[in-house]
Design a protein around this ligand. Structure first.
Ligand code: PRX
Length: 665
């Protein structure tokens, strides 16, 4: 049975008594050791110095941290290196060129096996290709690709020449893509004709064309973009702008497979990644090269216990998100991992596809999201039971709080009760895992991310910034800088300080609620701001409200995240239709269908509301603030809470009566 409570509630936390001690057989060979905590506790900077020394430096660093200009940090800043050299060249140089880097599995069943030597050849050609288009160190390149090897090659080729990539998830709309290209002033867009999704061809290039053209929202074309480089993936017909559009195979394939990496200072930005903030506009978070790479590689080795000679590692995230950046591209490749890269969805062509892949490649380490686990729970354990999952030895979870039932199911059904489960808490901002059990060391509790990683200082504080006691809930903060921390918000340093460092003096405020139990272990309680977590994707109420009110029928919109059995949270929108708008259908379902499509067009399918309710009013305080708490009560079909602060307390009755009269999910 899937439990309704996805976020651990205080009640079930107190009930949770199960712990799973590390198996001795696992512990003796584990990469992580209990003394790491002590070592990092004694000298945090020395701990990180040693972690960073594992990277290949061109000019070794001598300085560890400069925090004099806090909250702007500089780590390992007098060193130079190249992220692509670490992820690829180094393995070839040190005799590991024959090791498989990727077992690629396309959705239609096409496969490719790419060794580190193959990747080396590809990144060098691609780097020469980008350089031939005039892309230079510091230039921004937008990448809008399906989950195919070229996505990894494109990211690494940018890193190789010191260009800053900005990957935009292929599920985002043309409008979202345009915003991101514009904000980063990208010189080049790398895309594909399309990708494969659920047996169909999904077009990507037409969305790039739409993003770059002048349109309703934006009278000017995206002026910064000089070229669009197009990978042929599906063979779809594609409109072509001569002089701007170029095929990847025409530009990259003829290039020499010989390119010297550009050695960049450790603080040189490696990439920008946009994420939802509490206001409507996405924030372009950017990460450094040295500190980020040290954090991603170190945490990957410790948390996933990677043994690169024997493990087959599979992270099911898309490279368009931070999880794909840190735990497909930069962390695992720097550690020389052999990985599975899969283009498609878990249910194409059948619901056993993921388990078939685990069996086929002998996957040993498997990292996925709670929403996927809950989907598999719903489909029933007979499906994974039909495959040999005996190769698995470690399971990970990321993206949202994992409910104890899903944790237990993951451990029992997928992991055959023998694999440690690591629930990893982190964010686009943190670059790497901040809170997680260490496999082989930590006794785990289902639903808890347990303790901060060695070298990471985390606390839970009250409104005044004072640490809360055991058993109390509060705000999650990180109290010391860490190597893979974001270095800022692109072109907006003021917003960086205001967003993350102002709430509590000198501490990084994560935006999450958390609780320490009596043992001091951490339980994440979800976002405390207007950020929603839908299937592990981060969205804000405001960005969806903006999208809704941009439709001519909508006068006002209020969006909330309501609990959902599979997706964790789901988008529920309350809209007030304009009285003066032409031709608004009288049927609420018709209005809802049109508006859902509109949100898909404005932001992307991931933001489409599950439910849209047409209402005559939304509840507001006397100062005009929407009371989302009450709307959440309605969306989750609970009795409505305290309405005494409402400007007009009859509003909730009207909403309830309207609902009873008919609009449905
Ligand atoms: O609320 C937390 C949730 O995801 C947010 C970060 O989202 P994003 O930047 O998109 O990165 C997701 C992948 C790292 C956090 O503020 N979150 C992520 N992992 C967990 C989690 N909540 C609870 N438990 C987790 N393991």
């Amino acid at each position: 049975m899937v439990n309704d409570a996805h976020t651990p509630t205080f009640e079930n936390l107190h009930r949770e008594r199960r712990t799973f001690k590390p198996a001795v057989g696992f512990a003796v060979h584990a990469n992580a050791r209990a003394y790491e905590y002590k070592k990092a506790g004694v000298d945090r900077l020395e701990y990180w110095r040693e972690a960073a020394m594992r990277l290949a430096w061109h000019r070794p660093f001598t300085e560890i941290l400069d925090w004099t200009d806090a909250p702007f940090a500089r780590w390992f800043y007098d060193g130079t290196l190249n992220a692509c050299d670490n992820a690829v060249d180094r393995h070839v140089r040190e005799g590991r060129g024959d090791r498989v880097a990727f077992h690629f599995e396309g959705e239609p069943g096409d496969t490719q096996t790419l060794t580190y030597a193959d990747m080396h050849e590809r990144v060098q050609r691609a780097a020469n290709g980008l350089a031939s288009l005039g892309v230079r160190m510091g230039d921004r390149v937008a990448i809008y690709l399906p989950q195919i090897p070229e996505a990894v090659v494109a990211m690494l080729a940018c890193a190789r020449i010191g260009a800053i990539h900005s990957v935009v998830f292929g599920g985002f709309s043309a409008e979202s893509l345009r915003q991101r290209i514009d904000d980063a002033e990208a010189k080049l867009v790398i895309t594909a004709d399309g990708g494969n999704r659920r047996g169909a061809h999904l077009a990507l290039k037409p969305l790039v064309d739409e993003a770059l053209a002048a349109g309703d929202h934006h009278p000017e074309e995206c002026a910064s973009v000089k070229n669009v480089l197009v990978v042929r993936r599906t063979g779809q017909d594609t409109a072509w702008t001569e002089g701007r559009d170029l095929w990847w195979h025409d530009v990259v394939d003829p290039q020499p497979a010989d390119h010297e990496p550009v050695w960049v200072p450790a603080e040189h930005p490696l990439f920008i990644l946009y994420t939802s903030g509490t206001t409507g506009t996405p924030k372009g978070l950017f990460h450094s090269t040295g500190g980020y790479l040290a954090g991603a590689a170190h945490t990957h080795r410790m948390v996933f216990d990677l043994k690169p000679e024997t493990d087959v590692y599979w992270c099911t995230a898309d490279v368009g998100w931070i999880t794909g950046h840190s735990y497909i591209v930069y962390g695992p490749m720097t550690n020389g991992a052999t990985q599975v890269l899969y283009e498609g969805t878990p249910d194409t062509p059948h619901r056993g596809r993921w388990w078939e892949i685990v069996e086929k490649y002998g996957v040993t380490i498997f990292y996925t999201a709670p929403t996927a686990i809950r989907t598999f729970m719903k489909w029933g354990e007979a499906i994974p039971d039909g495959y040999d999952l005996g190769s698995l030895r470690l399971l990970g979870s990321v993206g949202e709080p994992i409910n104890p039932e899903a944790w237990m199911w993951h451990r029992r059904v997928i992991g055959g009760d023998r694999c440690p489960v690591v629930d990893t808490w982190w964010q686009t901002e943190t670059g790497a895992i901040m809170i997680s059990p260490l496999p082989g060391v930590t006794a785990t509790k289902p639903g808890s991310a347990m303790t901060p990683m060695p070298g990471i200082s985390v606390d839970v504080v009250d409104d005044a910034g004072v640490p809360v006691g055991p058993g109390e809930a509060g705000y999650l903060v990180i109290t010391e800088p860490w190597p893979s921390m974001l270095r800022g918000i692109w072109a907006d340093p003021v917003r960086y300080g205001r967003t993350y460092w102002n709430r509590f003096d000198g501490m990084y405020f994560a935006g999450d609620g958390a609780k320490k139990d009596v043992d001091g272990d951490l339980w994440l309680l979800g976002r405390i701001d207007d950020v929603m977590n839908v299937s592990g994707h981060r969205l804000t109420t405001t960005e969806i409200e903006h999208a809704l009110v941009s439709h001519p029928w909508v006068a006002e919109a209020a969006v909330v995240g309501a609990q959902d059995e599979v997706t964790g949270q789901a988008v529920v929108a309350f809209v007030i239709v304009r009285q003066d708008a032409d031709a608004v259908p009288t049927d609420g379902d018709e209005v809802a269908a049109a508006l859902r499509e509109h949100v898909r067009h404005e932001i992307g399918a991931l933001a489409r509301p599950r439910t849209i309710l047409v209402v005559s009013e939304v509840p507001k305080t006397r100062s005009g603030k929407i009371m989302r708490r009450l709307l959440r009560d309605v969306a989750e079909r609970r009795p409505v809470g305290d309405v005494t602060t409402l400007a007009d307390s009859s509003v909730m009755d009207a909403i309830r009566d309207g609902l009873a009269a008919g609009t449905k999910d």
